[in-house]
Design a protein around this ligand. Structure first.
Ligand SMILES: [Zn+2]
Length: 66
């Protein structure tokens, strides 16, 4: 698997800055720039989910028994 650089989900250019992301029904989309992000958001408005993306969900302290 090539994990080097993701490609922009709009224009397919390599994503240099990992700041432009959108959370959609189809997963997290990455964009090379704010322009691509904005266009994608306009085109897929109905597919967006809450912008709060939490990559590390809280794990309940369930197995601390000792
Ligand atoms: Zn782009």
């Amino acid at each position: 698997m090539d994990q080097s650089k993701p490609n922009c989900d709009l224009c397919a250019l390599p994503v240099e800055i990992p700041d432009f992301t959108l959370n959609t029904k189809h997963g997290l989309k990455r964009f090379c720039c704010e322009g691509c992000l904005g266009i994608y958001r306009l085109l897929h408005e109905d597919e967006l989910v809450a912008e709060i993306y939490c990559p590390s969900p809280q794990v309940p302290d369930a197995d601390l028994g000792s």
